[in-house]
Ligand binder design. Sequence first.
Ligand code: CAO
Length: 440
Amino acid sequence: MAKIQFKVPDIGDFDAVDVIEILVNDGDQIQLDDSVLTLESDKATMEVPASHTGKVSNIQIKVGDKVKQGTYICDIEVDAATESTPRSAAQPEPTKPAPVEPAKPLAVHEETHSSNVGLPLAKSVENTPKPVNHQPMGALSHASPAVRAFSRVLGVDLSKVKGSGNKGRVLKKDVEAFVKSVMSGQVSTGAMTSGTGIPAVPTIDFSQFGAIEQVELSRIKKLSGKHLSTAWLNIPHVTQFDECDITDMDQFRKDMKVQAEKAGVKLTPLVFIMKAVVAALKAFPNFNASLSPDGQSLIRKGYYNIGIAVDTPNGLVVPVVCDVDQKSIYDLSRDLMELSTKARDGKLSPKDLSGGCFSISSLGGIGGTQFTPIVNAPEVAIMGVSKAAIQPVWDGANFQPRLIMPFSVSYDHRVVDGAEGVRFTQFVGQHLADIRQLLL
Ligand code: CAO
C-alpha cells in the first residue's frame, strides 16, 4: 500500500480556479479517472479525474477554495496491484493514444461566450481536467456536472430551470421541482425536449427489413455531432462556390520541394491557402469576427488564427494554427505537420484547439469537386477546399491546360452579405492565382 499525493494537473492557462464541487469523501474507494472534483473558471467548468485507483484520504481542499496546477487535493492510498499503472500530474503522461474528448463542448459549456471555439477539442491525457456538461449552445445555466447529468437523463433543458442556489446555480431540487411543474401542466413541455425544438426523426425498427448491426459512435463523433447540429441550427448558412487557377502556385511549390525537404517540411497547397485566407480576412474584417452573444454587434479580431479540420481515426478535430499572418510558409508547414500528427495521436491539448478565427476544411488531398462545410460557430465563415485538376482554359486564342482548384466558403448570412461573400472568395482566388500578391 502506498500513499500518493494527488495534485491538480495541468489545467491550461487557468490560475486560481474555484472549486465548486468535491465529488469524493475520505475513505471512498475510487477508480482511475473517476471524477474527484469540479473546477469552474469564468470560462468553463471542468472535472478533475483521479490519477490512480485507490482509497481517498486526507482531503486538503474545500468548496470555495481557489486552486491551480500543483495544488494538493488529497491522498490516494494505492494498493500494490494497481500501483504499477498510475498516472498523476507529477508523473509522465500515458503513451497510449488518448481517447478524444469534447471539443466544442468545452466552448458551449463556457459560462461566457468566447472566441475559443472550434470543432472538437481532443483531450491530451486521460487525467487532464475534463470539460463537462454537454449542453446545446445557449445553455449558459450554472449547474454542477451531477445536476447537468441528472437533467440530461430527464431530458430537461437546463436553461429553462430557475436556479435557487448561490448566484442562481441550478440545484438538483430545482430540476425535480421543474419536472413536477411540467408534469402537473404548469410549465410547457417545450422545455422537456432534446433542446432543438424541431420535430423528431421517426424511430424505425430497421431489422424488419433485413440484417442490421448497431455500432456505437466514437466519443468525438458524439460530441462533434452536437456542435455541428448546434452550428447548423443556429447559423443561417450560405455557401459560395468558386474556383481558382493554382498552376503557378503549384509550380512554385514543386520548385521548392527539395529546399523544403532540406528544411524538414513538406509543402502542400494548404499553407498557401492559409496565407491567402489571412490576406482576405484583413481585407474583409467581417469574416474575422464573431457575433456578440446578444446578436447585436460584431466582435472583430485583431489576430489571425486559422482552425484546420483534421481527419483522425476517431473523427474530426480542428486544431488551430496561431498567428498565421506572422509565420513563414515553412513555419506554417511545420505547425500543420505537428498539429495533424498530434491530432491523429489524440494528443492535442485544449490550447491547441482554442482561439480560432476562421476554419479551413481541406479535402483536396482526397478528392471531390465541391462541398458545403458547416461554419465552426461562433466563427462566421469556413472555407472548404476540393481537389485541383487540370482543365482546359481559354486564353483568348487557345485552350491552355491549367490547374484549377475548386473551393467554397460557407458564411453566416447574419454577418456577411452575398456580395461580400463572393468578393471574399474572388479575393482568395486571385491571391492564390498570383501568390506574389501575398508579399504586398
Ligand atoms: N488539390 C490537389 N492536391 C492537393 C490538394 C488540393 N486542393 N490539397 C492537397 N493536395 C495534395 C498534397 O499536395 C499531397 O500531395 P503530394 O504528396 O503529391 O504533394 C496530397 O494531396 C496529400 O495532402 P495531405 O492531405 O496530406 O496534406 P494537406 O496539407 O493538404 O492536408 C490535413 C493536411 C491535416 C488537412 C489533411 O491531412 C486532412 O486531415 N484532411 C481532411 C480534413 C477533413 O476531414 N475535412 C472534412 C471536415 S468536415 O467533415
